[in-house]
Design a protein around this ligand. Sequence first.
Ligand SMILES: C[S@@+](CC[C@H](N)C(=O)[O-])C[C@H]1O[C@@H](n2cnc3c(N)ncnc32)[C@H](O)[C@@H]1O
Length: 206
Amino acid sequence: MNQKAFWETNWNKEAARLPVNSFARRAYKLIKPKHRTLLDLGCGNGTDSLYFAKKGLIVTAVDWSNNALRQLKEVIRRQGIKNVKAVQNDIAKISFRPDSFDVVYAHLSLHYFDDTTTRKIFNHIHKVLKPDGLFFVKCKSVQDKFYGLGRKIEENVYEHRGHLRHFFSKNYMIDLLRKFQLIRVRRTSSFYYDYKCSFIEAVAKK
Ligand SMILES: C[S@@+](CC[C@H](N)C(=O)[O-])C[C@H]1O[C@@H](n2cnc3c(N)ncnc32)[C@H](O)[C@@H]1O
Protein backbone atom coordinates (compact mmCIF):
# COMPACT_ATOMS: atom_id res chain seq x y z
CA MET A 1 0.00 0.00 0.00
CA ASN A 2 1.43 3.42 -0.87
CA GLN A 3 1.39 6.33 1.56
CA LYS A 4 -1.59 8.09 0.03
CA ALA A 5 -3.63 4.87 -0.08
CA PHE A 6 -2.77 4.33 3.60
CA TRP A 7 -4.31 7.71 4.47
CA GLU A 8 -7.33 7.25 2.21
CA THR A 9 -8.06 4.01 4.06
CA ASN A 10 -7.46 5.68 7.39
CA TRP A 11 -9.98 8.44 6.58
CA ASN A 12 -12.38 6.09 4.82
CA LYS A 13 -14.92 6.04 7.59
CA GLU A 14 -16.27 8.99 9.49
CA ALA A 15 -13.90 8.79 12.46
CA ALA A 16 -14.95 10.29 15.75
CA ARG A 17 -13.55 13.80 15.69
CA LEU A 18 -10.78 14.22 18.23
CA PRO A 19 -11.17 17.30 20.40
CA VAL A 20 -9.02 20.26 19.37
CA ASN A 21 -5.57 19.38 20.61
CA SER A 22 -3.57 21.36 23.14
CA PHE A 23 -0.91 22.21 20.52
CA ALA A 24 -3.51 24.15 18.52
CA ARG A 25 -4.76 25.92 21.64
CA ARG A 26 -1.23 26.89 22.65
CA ALA A 27 -0.50 28.04 19.10
CA TYR A 28 -3.57 30.25 19.11
CA LYS A 29 -2.32 32.03 22.26
CA LEU A 30 0.76 33.17 20.28
CA ILE A 31 -1.18 34.26 17.19
CA LYS A 32 -1.65 38.02 17.15
CA PRO A 33 -4.57 40.05 15.74
CA LYS A 34 -2.33 41.13 12.81
CA HIS A 35 -2.05 37.45 11.77
CA ARG A 36 -5.01 36.92 9.45
CA THR A 37 -4.23 33.95 7.21
CA LEU A 38 -3.27 30.41 8.25
CA LEU A 39 -2.09 27.44 6.20
CA ASP A 40 -2.89 24.09 7.87
CA LEU A 41 -0.65 21.45 6.29
CA GLY A 42 -1.91 17.87 6.53
CA CYS A 43 -5.19 19.05 8.03
CA GLY A 44 -6.86 15.61 8.05
CA ASN A 45 -10.59 16.03 8.65
CA GLY A 46 -9.88 19.61 9.65
CA THR A 47 -10.57 19.75 13.38
CA ASP A 48 -7.77 22.27 13.92
CA SER A 49 -8.56 24.20 10.72
CA LEU A 50 -12.13 24.66 11.94
CA TYR A 51 -10.87 25.71 15.38
CA PHE A 52 -8.68 28.45 13.85
CA ALA A 53 -11.45 29.49 11.46
CA LYS A 54 -13.90 29.87 14.34
CA LYS A 55 -11.34 32.18 15.96
CA GLY A 56 -11.58 34.36 12.81
CA LEU A 57 -8.51 33.29 10.83
CA ILE A 58 -8.76 32.76 7.07
CA VAL A 59 -7.66 29.15 6.69
CA THR A 60 -6.26 27.19 3.76
CA ALA A 61 -6.48 23.53 4.75
CA VAL A 62 -4.30 21.14 2.72
CA ASP A 63 -4.37 17.36 2.72
CA TRP A 64 -3.92 14.77 0.00
CA SER A 65 -6.71 12.55 1.29
CA ASN A 66 -10.00 13.08 -0.52
CA ASN A 67 -11.76 11.12 2.21
CA ALA A 68 -10.43 13.46 4.91
CA LEU A 69 -11.31 16.59 2.90
CA ARG A 70 -14.80 15.26 2.15
CA GLN A 71 -15.46 15.20 5.90
CA LEU A 72 -14.09 18.74 6.30
CA LYS A 73 -16.11 20.03 3.33
CA GLU A 74 -19.25 18.49 4.79
CA VAL A 75 -18.80 20.51 8.02
CA ILE A 76 -17.99 23.65 6.01
CA ARG A 77 -21.20 23.16 4.00
CA ARG A 78 -23.43 22.23 6.97
CA GLN A 79 -22.22 25.13 9.10
CA GLY A 80 -21.97 27.65 6.25
CA ILE A 81 -18.32 28.39 7.08
CA LYS A 82 -16.85 30.94 4.68
CA ASN A 83 -13.25 31.25 5.85
CA VAL A 84 -11.88 27.73 5.26
CA LYS A 85 -10.69 26.63 1.84
CA ALA A 86 -10.01 22.88 1.57
CA VAL A 87 -7.27 22.10 -0.94
CA GLN A 88 -6.31 18.61 -2.07
CA ASN A 89 -2.55 18.45 -2.61
CA ASP A 90 0.63 16.63 -1.69
CA ILE A 91 2.58 18.57 0.94
CA ALA A 92 5.79 17.67 -0.90
CA LYS A 93 4.45 19.43 -4.00
CA ILE A 94 2.78 22.53 -2.62
CA SER A 95 3.80 25.71 -4.29
CA PHE A 96 2.23 28.82 -2.82
CA ARG A 97 3.42 32.31 -3.67
CA PRO A 98 6.13 33.85 -1.44
CA ASP A 99 4.81 35.76 1.60
CA SER A 100 1.31 34.27 1.29
CA PHE A 101 0.48 33.34 4.89
CA ASP A 102 0.76 34.88 8.36
CA VAL A 103 0.80 31.45 10.03
CA VAL A 104 1.75 27.95 8.92
CA TYR A 105 0.54 25.16 11.17
CA ALA A 106 1.48 21.48 10.82
CA HIS A 107 0.23 19.04 13.44
CA LEU A 108 1.69 15.55 12.96
CA SER A 109 1.97 15.88 9.21
CA LEU A 110 5.63 16.64 8.43
CA HIS A 111 7.13 13.39 9.75
CA TYR A 112 6.35 11.25 6.69
CA PHE A 113 9.16 12.34 4.36
CA ASP A 114 12.82 11.52 3.86
CA ASP A 115 15.40 14.09 4.89
CA THR A 116 15.77 15.72 1.45
CA THR A 117 12.02 16.17 1.04
CA THR A 118 11.61 17.37 4.63
CA ARG A 119 14.23 20.09 4.08
CA LYS A 120 12.53 21.14 0.84
CA ILE A 121 9.18 21.42 2.64
CA PHE A 122 10.61 23.47 5.54
CA ASN A 123 12.33 25.81 3.05
CA HIS A 124 9.08 26.25 1.14
CA ILE A 125 7.25 27.04 4.40
CA HIS A 126 9.86 29.72 5.11
CA LYS A 127 9.26 31.18 1.66
CA VAL A 128 5.45 31.26 1.88
CA LEU A 129 5.38 32.83 5.35
CA LYS A 130 5.12 36.59 5.52
CA PRO A 131 7.83 38.46 7.44
CA ASP A 132 6.97 38.14 11.15
CA GLY A 133 4.82 35.12 10.29
CA LEU A 134 4.67 32.18 12.68
CA PHE A 135 5.31 28.50 12.05
CA PHE A 136 3.96 25.85 14.45
CA VAL A 137 5.13 22.27 13.89
CA LYS A 138 4.81 19.06 15.86
CA CYS A 139 6.38 15.74 14.80
CA LYS A 140 7.06 12.31 16.30
CA SER A 141 10.33 12.13 18.21
CA VAL A 142 13.14 9.57 18.20
CA GLN A 143 11.89 8.59 21.68
CA ASP A 144 8.53 7.46 20.29
CA LYS A 145 7.62 3.85 20.92
CA PHE A 146 7.35 3.11 17.18
CA TYR A 147 10.92 4.28 16.59
CA GLY A 148 12.88 1.62 14.70
CA LEU A 149 9.84 -0.41 13.66
CA GLY A 150 10.14 -1.82 10.12
CA ARG A 151 12.81 -1.37 7.46
CA LYS A 152 15.38 1.37 7.92
CA ILE A 153 15.36 3.74 4.92
CA GLU A 154 17.84 6.31 6.22
CA GLU A 155 18.81 7.96 9.53
CA ASN A 156 15.63 7.99 11.71
CA VAL A 157 13.38 7.06 8.76
CA TYR A 158 11.62 3.66 8.77
CA GLU A 159 9.06 2.04 6.54
CA HIS A 160 6.52 -0.26 8.13
CA ARG A 161 3.81 -1.90 6.01
CA GLY A 162 4.18 0.77 3.34
CA HIS A 163 3.99 3.59 5.88
CA LEU A 164 7.05 5.86 6.11
CA ARG A 165 7.81 7.37 9.51
CA HIS A 166 10.48 10.00 10.13
CA PHE A 167 11.35 10.49 13.80
CA PHE A 168 12.76 13.88 14.80
CA SER A 169 15.39 14.69 17.41
CA LYS A 170 15.36 18.14 18.98
CA ASN A 171 18.62 18.99 17.18
CA TYR A 172 17.19 17.88 13.84
CA MET A 173 14.18 20.18 14.31
CA ILE A 174 16.51 23.05 15.25
CA ASP A 175 18.59 22.39 12.14
CA LEU A 176 15.51 22.35 9.88
CA LEU A 177 14.47 25.70 11.33
CA ARG A 178 17.80 27.45 10.94
CA LYS A 179 16.44 29.99 8.43
CA PHE A 180 13.77 30.97 11.00
CA GLN A 181 14.03 32.69 14.36
CA LEU A 182 13.45 29.89 16.82
CA ILE A 183 10.96 30.83 19.52
CA ARG A 184 10.55 27.48 21.25
CA VAL A 185 11.46 23.85 20.74
CA ARG A 186 10.74 21.08 23.19
CA ARG A 187 10.03 17.41 23.64
CA THR A 188 6.53 16.49 24.81
CA SER A 189 4.57 13.31 25.28
CA SER A 190 0.86 12.71 25.29
CA PHE A 191 -1.82 10.27 24.18
CA TYR A 192 -2.72 10.35 20.48
CA TYR A 193 -5.72 8.12 19.86
CA ASP A 194 -4.99 5.20 22.19
CA TYR A 195 -1.26 5.17 22.80
CA LYS A 196 1.31 7.40 24.40
CA CYS A 197 3.60 9.11 21.89
CA SER A 198 6.70 11.27 22.11
CA PHE A 199 6.91 14.44 20.10
CA ILE A 200 9.15 17.36 19.20
CA GLU A 201 7.20 20.61 19.02
CA ALA A 202 8.51 23.90 17.73
CA VAL A 203 7.41 27.47 17.24
CA ALA A 204 9.42 29.67 14.90
CA LYS A 205 9.13 33.07 13.29
CA LYS A 206 10.25 34.28 9.87
C1 LIG B 1 -1.64 12.11 11.79
S1 LIG B 1 -2.69 12.87 10.61
C2 LIG B 1 -2.86 14.50 11.33
C3 LIG B 1 -4.09 15.19 10.82
C4 LIG B 1 -4.38 16.54 11.47
N1 LIG B 1 -3.28 17.48 11.32
C5 LIG B 1 -4.73 16.33 12.92
O1 LIG B 1 -3.91 16.64 13.77
O2 LIG B 1 -5.84 15.85 13.19
C6 LIG B 1 -1.58 13.19 9.24
C7 LIG B 1 -2.27 13.82 8.04
O3 LIG B 1 -1.27 14.18 7.09
C8 LIG B 1 -1.76 13.87 5.80
N2 LIG B 1 -0.61 13.65 4.92
C9 LIG B 1 0.40 12.77 5.07
N3 LIG B 1 1.26 12.87 4.07
C10 LIG B 1 0.80 13.86 3.24
C11 LIG B 1 1.25 14.43 2.03
N4 LIG B 1 2.37 14.00 1.42
N5 LIG B 1 0.53 15.42 1.48
C12 LIG B 1 -0.63 15.84 2.05
N6 LIG B 1 -1.11 15.34 3.20
C13 LIG B 1 -0.41 14.36 3.79
C14 LIG B 1 -2.60 12.61 5.98
O4 LIG B 1 -3.52 12.42 4.93
C15 LIG B 1 -3.24 12.88 7.34
O5 LIG B 1 -4.48 13.50 7.18
